[in-house]
Design a protein. Structure first.
Length: 233
């Protein structure tokens, strides 16, 4: 996935096309021409891709299960079946289930204790949902920096070649400039999709949190009505 994206992106740069080679052969050549800086760039890209694949499966599964769970909870709370709602929450291992279970477990202690329980458990579960995003953000930030470092190294090599030769020759400086261009492009190719996926995951997590907050508010209202009804009786 990362290699194909990398290849397609770099092939759009004028001067880097190589129609006589397959894209795998071309990519291998680019990797070789980029010098040793391609190894840390490749490592950063690999870590980012692994985390992205993991989060796609993790949030995708949790998102679908959470939507189903919250619908069932809302139906139970709408009919004031608090005990059944608590049992359902305890049967699930979803973040939303643990948050609502913490609140429902304190249903006899008042709305304030319920809200505090939801808030404290919610902070922990929120951190769990965001687990791994720091690696994507790091890859998005470090990729361009490594690319720019490669640019500096390439330019140093180019000027060093000029100094050693004592004259300016295009062939002497071409290698260093090529390294500079390749590493810069590689850093940007890493950073752009990493930023896109990072923002996508943050948006998806925010949507899940909003759904959980709405369900928690419905739960508090249901508990308040149950408490009010019990006091009137």
């Amino acid at each position: 996935m990362s290699l194909s994206i990398f290849a397609i992106a770099l092939m759009q740069i004028p001067g880097l096309e190589s129609p006589e080679l397959t894209w795998t052969e071309w990519l291998a050549q680019i990797w070789k021409d980029g010098g040793w800086m391609m190894w840390p760039l490749g490592f950063v890209a690999a870590v980012g891709v692994i985390v992205i694949i993991y989060k796609l499966f993790d949030l995708g599964i949790k998102g679908a299960r959470t939507s189903k769970f919250l619908r069932e909870m809302d139906e139970l709370l709408a009919t004031r079946k608090v005990d059944e709602a608590l049992a359902l929450a305890r049967e699930n291992d979803l973040p939303a289930a643990r948050i609502l279970a913490a609140g429902l477990a304190r249903k006899d202690e008042g709305a304030e204790r319920v809200a505090k329980a939801i808030e404290s458990v919610g902070l922990v579960e929120m951190a769990g949902l965001e687990r791994g995003l720091i690696w994507i953000a790091t890859a998005a930030n470090v990729g361009p920096l490594l690319g720019f470092l490669g640019t500096v190294i390439g330019m140093i090599e180019a000027f060093q070649a000029i100094e050693n030769a004592g004259e300016v020759d295009a062939q002497l400086v071409a290698g260093g400039i090529k390294v500079a261009l390749i590493t810069t492009a590689a850093g940007l190719v890493i950073a752009i999709p990493m930023n896109i996926f990072y923002n996508y995951f943050v948006t998806k997590i925010d949507g899940m949190v909003i759904d959980m907050e709405e369900s928690a508010q419905k739960m508090i209202e249901a508990l308040h009505e149950v408490e009010t009804t019990a006091s009137m009786e």
